[in-house]
Design a binder for this molecule. Sequence first.
Ligand code: ZN
Length: 320
Amino acid sequence: MMNPSNASSTHTKMMHCDLCGGSDFTVISELDRHGKALQTGLCRACGLVMHLPVPSEEEVAEYYASRYRADYHGESEPSPRRVMRAWNNGERIYSQLAPSLKGDESVFEIGAGIGCTVKVFETHGHSASGIEPNHDFNRYSRENLHTRIENTNLFDLNDANTPTLVLLIHVIEHFSSPRRALSHIHTLLADGGLFYVECPNVTGPFATFGRMFHYAHIYNFTPETLQALAEECGFEHVSTLAGAASPDIHMLFRKAEVQPAAAQLQLYASTVEGQIHAYNALSYHLRPVYLQRRVCKLWSYLVEGLTAGSFVSKLLKTLR
Ligand SMILES: [Zn+2]
């Protein structure tokens, strides 16, 4: 399945690591989670995991456009279950961040989806808005949730009214260049403003190896590679809000001065590779925490199915 020696020579000329600029990669997987061809590489200098080759911004945009055409015929309405889940997730994010906030932050979310998280921050007294490049639920956000979600792309945005808190929830892994995205966010954010990121943790127990990679996730971060990239783009680490046992990274940063590129990245590719393989299929599925989580999930699906309809109609009434 893997051919590391081939891989590094094949990609040396055309590929550069978005974190360290290195060009020496080990191919760690040739397949995506559905068994289709997808080459995933590990930068041997810093441990960043990414598609080989990395698709361009245009290819990524075309992927989402065609997925949209395949999934929806015209603008669709999210199901009550989807809205309830997004709302509860927004409340979870708010509770996690509240102890670090003063209460008067102006919040801006990049990749705001339906707009529930933006609306949750608004109901807790913040001014809040966001952008969502996909068309899926724009009308629903505007007309039902009464949120300010612009249908635009991060890189087309030159002014976001200088927010003091930017949220990037499960979005950073989709960029063609996360460095470019974080540098752009740095220019939008107010001086000393906060920047909160969530994304899957490739060294955490979020999936077994065979289920780990898919086209939409161009980059797979570890807490170390995410923090190193954020620091290079001018952010200082404030706190880590999810532990190593979590399937996701939750990290809060503050805007600082952009430092000259740090050449001292002390990340070791072999450590990352070892951690990625740590959860093989059997031990992963037999872990008590996994079983517990699975039972909770099945239970929550059942509860969601029974309660989502009335939850959402009550919510929309309140927001009116
Ligand atoms: Zn690298």
